[in-house]
Ligand binder design. Structure first.
Ligand code: PLP
Length: 398
């Protein structure tokens, strides 16, 4: 049987990044005590009040068809949250609820880009972006994020990548895998390029509540580009609710209408008991999100301090999100070889960062989403591994 060309475009070369994760799971199945630092699923439980709200909603019979674009109350709550966190008012009419940020990225992309269009994405980048751009039929154009710049985008690279076919720029701040958080000036520079060339700016802000230095800034708060900025958010990271699949888009212009039609054709809306619980989550956010952020901060400091004092290794201290880019260039090993050996010889699973794009070469992504004592154990193992490598190098050099 024949399949549509679409299926080819969904094939995701980025999935190579996950091979070590799979190998780690296999080792666990064989009885090894592997510390899995290869995934970004928070180790916290969803706050119990939110779980109770979902259960109560189920018991109250909220099991029927619901609002495709999200219930009016949920959309109002999300609009209020946006105002609270960003200081800028958006109408509930601009909010469309999706299946997590992933559903939001897909929906936004297929509504704004198509065959013949180019979408510019800085790399290393989140592994699903390639398939999302491909699904729309558009061409992915990457620009490098360099370790020497703390993986902050150089707007000159972006300007150089723009062609007459460019339709959109896809940004992610705070950034996975690098932890870079873009400043207002950096966003304004990107915004100026988008305005000059009449481009959409899709802003993936799933890690908005997890910043350690300067607070997150949404490009939608820059008045000059608010009308072309599409904000993607979710409850996955802020509330440890990855499995609930609640996300949304803050959509300008007529985009909510197109997203509605897409939802009608595809998913028919999120389950209504999930939407009810999401209202609670969005309204009761601040304490839960702040507690998680402070835990990630402690873990970040722990990892950065320890890694920087190890032989052959260094790291880029993340400004946000839940990962540390460990610089393994001093070992002389490629990222993938390093990650493979760390798994085989020390039972710690991390992802080779060049699986997220070539500019990640020489780094591995170390996740902060395991309990702190386990993280300390992983650092002990990393330390032993690095010292053994350094000693072996010293012997070879002698
Ligand atoms: C940058 C980025 N965008 C989107 C997602 C998907 O998030 P969600 O679970 O809300 O679909 C992730 C998940 O790790 C991510 O890291």
């Amino acid at each position: 049987m024949r399949y549509a060309p679409f299926v080819k475009r969904l094939e995701n070369k980025g999935s190579r990044a996950w091979e070590i994760h799979g190998a780690g799971l296999e080792r666990i199945a064989k009885g090894h005590d592997v510390i899995m630092l290869s995934i970004g699923d928070p180790d916290f439980e969803t706050p119990s009040g939110i779980v109770e709200a979902a259960v109560a909603s189920l018991r109250a019979g909220n099991t029927h068809y619901s609002w495709i674009e999200g219930s009016p109350e949920l959309r109002r709550a999300i609009a209020e949250r946006f105002h609270r966190l960003n200081g800028v008012a958006v109408g509930a009419d601009s909010i469309v609820v999706t299946q997590g940020a992933q559903g939001a990225l897909f929906s936004a992309m297929v509504c704004v880009a198509g065959p013949g269009d180019e979408v510019i994405v800085p790399e290393p980048m989140y592994v699903t972006y390639e398939a999302v751009v491909g699904a729309a039929g558009a061409t992915l154009v990457t620009v490098p994020l360099r370790g020497e710049r703390g993986f902050h985008l150089d707007p000159a690279d972006l300007a150089e990548a723009v062609t007459s076919r460019t339709r959109a720029v896809l940004l992610n701040t705070p950034h996975n895998p690098t932890g870079a958080v873009l400043s207002r000036d950096e966003l304004a520079a990107v915004g100026a390029i988008c305005r000059r060339h009449d481009l959409w700016l899709i802003s993936d802000e799933v890690y908005a509540t997890i910043t350690f230095a300067a607070p997150h800034i949404s490009p939608a708060t820059l008045p000059e580009i608010a009308d072309r900025t599409i904000v993607v958010e979710s409850l996955s990271k802020s509330h440890a609710m990855c499995g609930w699949r609640v996300g949304w888009i803050v959509a300008p212009g007529e985009l909510p209408h197109h997203l509605y039609n897409l939802g009608l054709a595809m998913h028919y809306g999120l389950p209504s008991f999930i939407q009810t619980a999401a209202i609670d989550a969005v309204r009761s956010e601040d304490a839960a999100a702040a507690a998680m952020r402070e835990t990630y901060r402690t873990r970040r400091d722990l990892v950065a301090d320890r890694v920087r004092n190890l032989p052959l290794l260094d790291c880029v201290v993340p400004e946000g999100a839940m990962y540390v880019m460990v610089d393994v260039r001093g070992t002389g090993l490629a990222s993938e070889t390093f990650a493979r050996r760390l798994l085989d010889e020390a039972d710690v699973a991390v992802l080779p960062a060049d699986g997220f794009g070539p500019s990640g070469a020489g780094y591995v992504r170390w996740s902060l989403t395991v309990p702190t004592p386990r993280l300390e154990m992983a650092l002990d193992r990393l330390g032993g591994f690095a010292r053994r490598m350094a000693d072996a190098g010293a012997i070879t050099a002698r």
